[in-house]
Design a protein around this ligand. Structure first.
Ligand code: ADP
Length: 690
């Protein structure tokens, strides 16, 4: 419009004074105003203007008519339609609208029929019939029409009374759980107990099971197996990052874009009212101004309340009492306490290397082969290769990365197999020509019964393709993790601690260095307050015991901070760390720094310290021990009062490790240094009275 108007103004003949005046006037106007002004002064007949305007007027009349129809009974509208029939054009439009209305009316009648025949609760039926009544009077063009219709369609679709029949047989359940999952005995035992009670008592009141453990340890997959054993539908509701209670409870229907919450949506998806709902990552629920989703979840999980759960969108109660809820989390620390109270926590720790190998060969590899359309005749992954993947390409408590790496291998092999098939099917001339070179290449690279992945692409590979370490390097690239433990302990002032994270246990190097200064302590590595305090405690204890252990600063003084600054660093610097369990590691690291002696390279430790040098128990021992084992460490120092936690650790892991139970820092230092850490005779030994 604007471009046309400008063009028109440009073309005005400036030689005529009146026109020139007009042009100046128009030039001074804002460009947006030009189209309006020009249309009003343009040369056109009245007839022409009328012809253009009439359709617009008709449209306006129709709009108004529809609006009035929603407010007044239908008979009035009919009269008005007759009243506005001045010519044939106008006549035509209302009749089309009437046709549409007719069709629409049929739809609504069908919907009403569906509502009446559905098995919804009495309360819901009442609400739906009322809405249908409104819908009948509403023109289709109104936004509310679509809203109400969607609502009613959802109400009809919801499984008010539809359920699957439970088939629970404990023996079969045990077999299924065992077949689907290797190891995790404690979890499987508890799940079977839970199912057995359900079989005997046939009601769902009781705590909600919550599997807590690092990612990739099979929490979701056990949930799926439970659904399978019960013959129920399974639905996963991811709660990570949910911070609005309407996500759980739905939005009220008063505003556009409103929709039901995830629970009702889940029920619509599965189509039955007794599915297994897996509430994934309950520890990652957020909070915001839009209400607390944890509070909404409480209502969902409470057996006293959930038979009449009211989603804001539905606005009528839906009975959730038949739904079996299972929750998963990485840590209990961030689960809202009220929610935690409703749940029975079952810890699912990480796996040992041996368990991972078994899981890979029994479950992950067959699954990956199937997903990639491969057979065991085409690819062979020996156990040593799996171990290589576990130790050099992954560092995790669960098996998720391992699974992904196996997937990558299968993809690479699939390409080779597919290429091979293609070539076998129609060998082309180029290949025949190059054949001899290729053969030479293959015989050089590959063993007789297997073919390295690196073999020449031009030849169909010999089956099965053996995945050895070279193939692994080709596909996955150079190893990501090497055993660098001993390397890093090659100078004084480094010790290995054990940390617990929601992703499982981890080994942590603590580094210390000293320099000339004024007795300042610098701490880096994103430490929390508790950890900073541990560092101060450690320094104070060492200063007060410097004489006993003959620890000196660079100039030989027992006052360790005299003219000396200390810097303690906890890699990885980008990860926030907190907790008291690094206490013993900091002491050991500093003792090494001030004595100039190396900490044994195969020792890891964990434990809280007190100012008087006692070692207090800490959590997460099992995960920490598994992490140390993964890293190839041999001796582990733990607080004496954590001895009981060792029972939970698999025998084969325990056999590989030596545990030192420490009740005071003397024990720790003695175990951490080769040949012990001598105390100067005559100074009293502190023993734990805890
Ligand atoms: P999580 O929910 O704990 O993060 P998943 O249930 O998604 O982990 O598990 C990741 C993958 O690992 C799945 O394919 C699962 O089948 C497999 N997996 C984990 N643990 C086991 C096990 N003990 N036996 C067999 N497969 C397992």
């Amino acid at each position: 419009f604007i471009v046309c108007s400008l063009q028109l103004v440009e073309m005005l003949d400036m030689s005529v004074p009146a026109v020139a005046k007009l042009r100046r006037l128009l030039d001074n106007l804002p460009r947006e105003a030009l189209p309006d002004i020009l249309t009003s002064i343009i040369r056109t007949s009245n007839q022409e203007k009328l012809q253009m305007t009439i359709p617009l007027l008709v449209r306006q009349i129709e709009g108004l008519k529809l609006l009035q129809k929603t407010r007044k009974p239908k008979q009035d509208d009919d009269k008005r339609v007759v009243a506005i029939r001045p010519n044939r054009r106008i006549n035509h439009i209302p009749s089309a609208i009437e046709d549409e209305e007719e069709e629409d009316h049929d739809d609504v009648v069908m919907l009403e029929k569906k509502i009446r025949t559905s098995s919804m609760s009495e309360q819901a039926l009442k609400v739906c019939l009322k809405e249908i009544k409104r819908l009948k009077k509403m023109p289709q063009s109104m936004p509310e029409y679509a809203l109400t219709r969607n609502y009613l369609e959802l109400m009809v679709e919801l499984p008010w009374n539809k359920s699957t029949k439970d088939r629970l047989e404990i023996r079969a359940a045990r077999i299924l759980l065992d077949n689907d999952h290797y190891a995790m005995e404690k979890l499987k035992k508890r799940v079977l107990e839970y199912l057995a009670v359900r079989q005997l008592k046939n009601n769902l009141k009781g705590p909600i099971l919550c599997f807590v453990g690092p990612p990739g340890v099979g929490k979701t997959s056990v949930g799926r197996s439970i659904a399978k054993t019960l013959g129920r539908e399974f639905h996963r509701i991811a709660l990570g990052g949910v911070c609005d209670q309407s996500d759980i409870r739905g939005h009220r229907r008063t505003y556009v874009g409103s929709m039901p919450g995830r629970i009702i949506n889940g029920l619509k998806t599965v189509g039955v009212n007794n599915p297994v709902f897996l509430l994934d990552e309950v520890d990652k629920l957020g909070k915001s101004l839009q209400g607390d989703p944890a509070a909404a979840l409480l209502e969902v999980l409470d057996p006293e309340q959930n038979h009449s759960f009211t989603d804001h969108y539905l606005n009528v109660a839906f009975d959730l009492s038949q739904v079996l809820f299972i929750a998963t989390a990485n840590t209990t620390a961030t689960i809202p306490p009220a929610l935690l109270d409703r749940m029975e926590i079952i810890q699912v720790p990480g796996y040992t290397q041996e368990e991972k190998i078994e899981i890979a060969h029994r479950h992950l590899i067959p699954k990956q082969l199937e997903q990639h359309g491969l057979t065991p005749q085409q690819i062979q992954i020996p156990q040593v290769t799996t171990l290589d993947i576990i130790t050099r390409y992954t560092r995790e408590a669960g098996v998720r990365s391992l699974d992904r790496k196996l997937g990558a291998i299968c993809r690479a092999v699939a390409v080779k197999v597919a290429e091979g098939q293609h070539k076998e099917a129609k060998p082309d001339r180029a290949e025949v020509g190059e054949g001899e070179d290729c053969k030479e290449h293959v015989t050089e690279d590959a063993k007789p019964e297997s073919i390295s992945y690196t073999a020449d692409l031009a030849l169909p590979p010999e089956m099965p393709i053996l995945i050895d370490f070279h193939a692994l390097k080709d596909i996955l690239g150079p190893p990501m993790y090497e055993m660098e433990v001993s390397e890093r302990l090659s100078q004084p002032g480094v010790a290995i601690g054990l940390a617990w994270t929601p992703l499982g246990g981890e080994i942590m190097f603590v580094e210390a260095s000293r320099m000339e200064g004024e007795g300042q302590l610098t701490l880096t590595g994103q430490l929390g307050d508790v950890m900073k305090e541990s560092a101060h405690l450690a320094i104070s204890w060492l200063r007060s015991n410097a004489k006993r252990y003959q620890l000196t600063n660079a100039s030989g003084s027992f006052d360790l901070l005299d003219n000396t600054d200390i810097h303690l660093h906890f890699p990885a610097g980008a990860v926030t760390k907190d907790g008291p369990s690094a206490g013993v590691t900091i002491v050991t690291c500093l003792a090494s720094l001030f004595s100039g002696r190396l900490v044994c390279s195969d020792v890891a430790m964990t434990g809280e310290i007190t100012l008087r040098g006692l070692v207090l128990p800490v959590g997460g021992i099992k995960d920490k021990v598994l992490a140390a084992h993964r890293a190839g460490l041999k001796r582990i120092i733990i607080p004496r009062r954590n001895e009981k936690d060792l029972e939970e650790i698999a025998v084969n892991v325990r056999q590989d490790l030596t545990f030192v139970l420490a009740s005071c820092l003397d024990d720790v230092l003695n175990a951490a240094f080769d040949g012990g850490f001598a105390v100067k005779p005559g100074v009293e030994h502190l023993s734990s009275k805890l």
